[in-house]
Design a protein around this ligand. Structure first.
Ligand code: R5P
Length: 302
């Protein structure tokens, strides 16, 4: 078995390779002056008949990386890889899992269909936007890793402002409510779900009124991702009218587009916590060991 990774994710790819006892090879990432990308593997002969784990973060620069990923899969097909396990930590296009407006593309299904046509056997991803729709649309096997519990454990062990009784977990929208409820139960704290309304034409979001939140010193807003920070900032502003002394935010994927962190801190957050599925300065959990554990658990290791 070999692990392949593009040059831009070399250190994480090599770390996963070391943890599962596999040799790591790099996929060159070249961009031509006209913007086209080109993938190249140095020792293609080593692919033949081998099981390949392809570690491929498709964020940032998503569209170029997706094309480069498809080129890499084309190379693996040409040189007869035996079995392909693709790891995309933050799965691109996951949020477009419905035709929200008439005439839109169902991008997630399109991407999964192409990966299937390119002979991907197994896809591993971390906290996809919706595990259910991901499984519904993929024609190959999918394994997901949830890092909510380790993330919240780490967060709670590093803050001293409150006891469990003083803490409330908050879902910033109904879509995340089930996850937050489960997490609150397993950590023995209360929870509340806010109801976010997003205008599909303008992208603007607002909140529906929820019953008063009383008697909590620390609120933890939990979501799968922070993109522009609009959701977190608005949720914090909404919660500011209640007497919650500290509000923290925790999300698996910290994209933090256009200085989202500034928006979140100026709304009143006491901290941002997340993982390194996407490179960012606020991660407290590194994903490589969790990915290696998952690979070992499903029998993919040397
Ligand atoms: C949406 O359904 C997701 O769970 C997140 O709430 C959303 O992607 C966050 O985006 P932003 O940070 O741009 O508000």
């Amino acid at each position: 078995m070999i692990i392949l990774t593009p040059t831009f994710s070399q250190s994480s790819g090599e770390k996963i390779g070391r943890l599962i006892g596999a040799d790591t090879q790099l996929v060159e990432y070249r961009v031509f002056p006209n913007g086209e990308v080109l993938a190249r593997i140095n020792q293609p002969e080593s692919i033949k008949g081998n099981n390949v784990v392809l570690y491929y973060p498709t964020y940032p620069d998503t569209n170029n990386r997706v094309i480069h990923l498809l080129q890499t899969l084309e190379i693996l097909g040409h040189y007869n890889a035996e079995n392909i396990t693709l790891i995309i930590p933050y799965l691109s296009y996951c949020r477009q899992d419905k035709r929200f407006r008439e005439g839109e593309s169902l991008s997630l299904k399109l991407l999964l269909d192409i990966l299937y046509d390119m002979n991907v056997d197994l896809l591993i991803s971390i906290n996809p936007h919706s595990k259910e729709t991901l499984k519904k649309y993929s024609k190959f096997k999918v394994e997901t890793i949830s890092l909510f519990k380790p993330l919240i454990n780490k967060l709670l062990s590093s803050i001293t402002e409150a006891n469990r009784d003083d803490i409330i977990f908050i879902s910033p929208d109904l879509g995340r409510c089930k996850d937050v409820k489960k997490l609150a139960e397993s950590f023995g704290v209360n929870h509340i779900c806010l109801e976010k309304i997003r205008d599909r034409d303008t992208g603007e979001i607002s909140y529906k009124y929820v019953d008063e939140i009383k008697g909590y010193r620390l609120g933890l807003i939990i979501d799968d991702e922070i993109s522009t920070g609009g959701t977190m900032a608005l949720a914090i502003k909404y919660l500011n009218k209640y007497d919650i002394k500290y509000i923290y935010t925790a999300a698996i994927h910290l994209l933090l587009i256009n200085n989202a962190e500034k928006k979140i801190f100026s709304a009143g957050a006491s901290g941002i916590f997340g993982t390194n599925t996407v490179e960012n300065p606020f991660y407290v959990i590194r994903i490589e060991e969790y990915i290696a554990d998952k690979l070992r658990m499903i029998g993919i290791s040397n």
